[in-house]
Design a protein around this ligand. Structure first.
Ligand code: NAD
Length: 361
């Protein structure tokens, strides 16, 4: 009997995964004692060390986790490039429920794994990871950002991400309606997490009618009590709003939601909002829905942690983040001129910077 593995037995895993897209390194991490199961994706180090946060999520299976980390780390390469930062792209995921399974031992084990990469990957917060967790990571490695302010770091990057996203929404309004005055316009913010709550604050202060959605009641209560936001119960795509701001997980622009959208603008902080960047980016354009590329308008947090690597300067970080407004307008114009989608336009500009850096070596 022949026991050799034939090609048909093998499921596409890493190199043949459609999301692999030329990653430099993918690291699978396991620590039996703490229960850590993590994957670190280093997509590119062409422009600098691969910096990207760690997400902790209860994935349904390992393939889902791998796909997520690959998509997220590639997005970081483009985010850094389009924001003019000397950083590459990387990301990590920890498999598990952040509310019930996270421990100090697990975060420290993860820190040791990051340390072994000798700075080619630098971590930070993402969904399910807080500055408290980073406090544990920092005990094991110096290759970490988003360190608490009390420990000399820049703290939680989320408020700056929210500010940049707000800049992106204003720029989208300017391009779509000729004015960035948001007063009286309606918005649905999906996901009232670290980013979502501050975005709700900015949009409320700008005079928008803010609707919210979250899977956790405590987060909904926070937005209602602090900012008077209204709870939206239906499917997010059915919401009769001017702006849909996805701030939970990715892929909410998909085959199922596409024809249901009633908004004019999609602009939010979530990574990888388009389930398929080619199909769904084009489909939005055909429906005259203006899409603000996620990796462009959610770069505030990255800009903020980048500043921590040298000497943290919050005012400078905020100034840089404000530039997202101008860059977003430039990308919209670039897309219109070349008759390509806004997502493609942003990718083109980012890729050109990476290619130029490669060519100069
Ligand atoms: P978070 O974990 O603090 O918040 C996510 C929120 O979304 C949670 O309140 C969660 O309950 C909610 N949620 C999850 N699934 C949902 C669903 N199906 N419907 C409605 N709500 C749902 O995360 P965060 O740091 O606020 O990040 C939000 C998004 O922005 C993520 O996609 C993240 O990758 C992206 N992002 C975050 C940063 C940052 O600085 N934190 C930077 C760039 C991009």
């Amino acid at each position: 009997m022949n026991h050799s593995t034939s090609a048909v037995d093998v499921q596409p895993l890493v190199f043949s995964n459609p999301s692999f897209k030329d990653h430099e390194q993918v690291v699978f991490c396991h620590d039996k004692e703490s229960g850590l199961k993590a994957i670190i994706g280093v997509h590119s180090t062409v422009l600098g060390p691969a910096l990207g946060g760690t997400r902790m999520w209860a994935y349904n299976n390992e393939a889902e986790a791998l796909n997520d980390v690959l998509r997220l780390s590639r997005g970081m390469t483009f985010k850094a490039a389009i924001s003019g930062l000397n950083l590459g792209g990387g990301k990590a995921v920890i498999i598990g429920d952040s509310r019930t399974q996270k421990t100090e031992a697990m975060m420290r084990a993860f820190g040791r794994m990051v340390d072994r990469l000798n700075g080619s990957y630098i971590t930070a917060e993402d969904v399910g990871i807080t500055t408290k967790d980073i406090e544990h990571v920092v005990k094991e490695t110096k290759h970490v950002t988003g360190i608490p302010v009390e420990m000399g770091g820049s703290g939680d990057p989320s408020p700056v991400t929210a500010y940049g996203t707000y800049m992106g929404i204003k720029a989208s309004a300017k391009y779509k309606w000729g004015s960035d005055n948001l007063e009286g316009r309606k918005v649905l913010v999906q996901g009232i997490g670290n980013v979502g709550i501050t975005l709700v604050k900015h949009l409320t202060e700008a005079g928008m009618e803010v609707y919210i959605q979250d899977i956790h009641q405590d987060r909904i209560a926070m937005a209602v009590n602090e900012y008077g936001a209204k709870v939206y119960e239906g499917h997010y795509a059915d919401a009769d709003v001017d702006v849909y701001a996805p701030c939970a997980l990715g892929a909410t622009v998909n085959d199922e939601s596409l024809d249901r959208f009633r908004c004019s603008i999609i602009a939010g902080a979530a990574n990888n909002q388009l389930k398929d960047e080619n199909i769904h980016g084009k489909a939005l354009a055909e429906r005259s829905i203006l899409y603000a590329p996620d990796f462009l308008i959610n770069a505030g947090g990255l800009i903020n942690v980048y500043s921590e690597i040298a000497k943290y300067d919050r005012a400078e970080s905020l100034r840089r983040t404000e530039k997202i407004y101008d860059t977003t307008l430039e990308i919209f114009t670039h897309a219109e001129t070349k008759n390509i989608t806004t997502h493609q336009a942003a990718l083109e500009v980012a890729q050109a910077r990476v290619d130029a850096a490669k060519a100069s070596v």
